[in-house]
Design a protein around this ligand. Sequence first.
Ligand code: G6P
Length: 605
Amino acid sequence: MCGIVGAVAQRNITPILVEGLKRLEYRGYDSCGVALHVNGKLERARSTARVAELEKQIEKEHLSGFTGIAHTRWATHGAPASHNAHPHFSRDRIALVHNGIIENHDELRDELKTLGYVFESQTDTEVIAHLVDHMYTGDLFETVQQATKRLVGAFAIAVFSRDEPHRVVGARRGSPLIVGIGDGENFLASDALALAGTTDQIIYLEEGDVVDLQLQRVWIVDENGKPVQREVKTVHAHTGAVELGPYRHYMQKEIFEQPRAISDTLEGIASITPDIFGDKAYGIFKKIDSVLILACGTSYYSGMTAKYWIEAIAGVTCNVEIASEYRYRDSVPNPNSLVVTISQSGETADTLAALRHAQAQGMRHTLTICNAATSAMVRECELAYITRAGVEVGVASTKAFTTQLTGLFLLTLALAQIKGRLNDEQEAAQLKAMRHLPSAISAVLALEPQIIAWAEAFARKENALFLGRGLHYPIALEGALKLKEISYIHAEAYPAGELKHGPLALVTQEMPVVTVAPNDSMIEKLKSNMQEVRARGGELYVFADADSRITSGEGVHVIRLPEHYGLLSPILHVVPLQLLAYHTALARGTDVDKPRNLAKSVTVE
Ligand code: G6P
């Protein structure tokens, strides 16, 4: 989603701004731009193409400067067009970029129009630029502190003025913003990754902070205008992991990285102990009587899978809620519940808001399963488990999902242990099974040629149905999500028992029905559901286990996974579904890593 980079230096900063934007590209965007202070004037370049095109434009126009800001935009207010791309100018004096959504933009726009401001875009951002200009006192830092008080909604902004050549001001409320400290130069960004290779000295701004960035000075005030010191952290953002290597797409690379990602996630875990989740975990796990999982997208499906584990293995009640629903629902808070947020990015606006909503309701025990160690989610939760998937670039989440499941299974075992439901023998057996996951996944990845053959048939379809039962129902949901996200084929998932309550009406010869069919206690039930599909002429594509007695025949295609993996089977069964989506998208020629309209990290509501 939207990304910000800003710099004040004594050298040409365009390479830093452009490189920063490139590092944020994977988050998804539809336009980009850069603004610079050039000889007492504001100059900018904007594009609805890729950052590489913007770079060419910058070179062609010989744009260079010592002070500037840059942005990748994911459209919310106004179409993805050049005139809506950031930076926005006000009266050729103020340049501004913004992440987030300003909720009172209509009201402010009306007010500013009556003051004579002319709007060139449909964005809520341009409103802030004009507001800053209108309130400008000649001291940008002071002005931004006052102007942001008038904003309702979420924002991270970076702004500079034609009249103050060596100064960039940043402010955040609800959207992340960091400061990068250099030697006689300073930087701003929405993510430390943007500054990888430029500086590793990072300050994470807190809610309500406003920062004054000059060549030799970084000055921060909090939401009350009080000067504050924020800790400078050394952050090693993963620069190398953004390379594509021998793969055609990041998604393909990330699917194939799963054995490594899981073994990294399990590294150092010699036994099951609550400490894995933090020093205070033992006391908290002892106290809690239930679990409430909050997440969005793929992370929500890992939460759904965990519900089956947590209730069956640990005997603890577990509810899973879509964060964007939970935050606005009048729910009944349970202070003895462990609130678990699951997030790849740790930045998803709805998940963060749901966490804060739960906390505001008196639910103090919070844990996050997150892939970004320095994210707001980790900072705001009492306990954390950091998955070690590495940077995930493909918008369609893959290795983040399987590592989340790995972390959630560990959580299940830790809870089971505390509740007296995991003896030493069981612990040893479960850990052994977990450690074998990387090689089990490698064996599943070897099925790729068979899956490619299926993908060719799928590429010609416009609809698909996914079925699963029990633990594998969320896996069917995730398989359908993957297919629709990147191939644009309409795909739905159902718990197979629900088939006859509606979706069976859709089943014809034209409807491929993907069935996740591990050899577990539900297999006989599932076979009956498959018969229901066949009887209506539907074509079945079944992911079975080696030892199951499901055979290929007319209208029934079977791929066998090498082994049945018991409770951990969802981690294996999702992998062929990821590959099916990937190869189907490839056959249809879509932009696999950057599917239309979607963003990697959804930092707006
Ligand atoms: C976006 C991404 C998904 C992701 C979801 C939740 O929709 O495209 O891949 O699952 O956000 O993101 P999170 O970072 O919180 O896991």
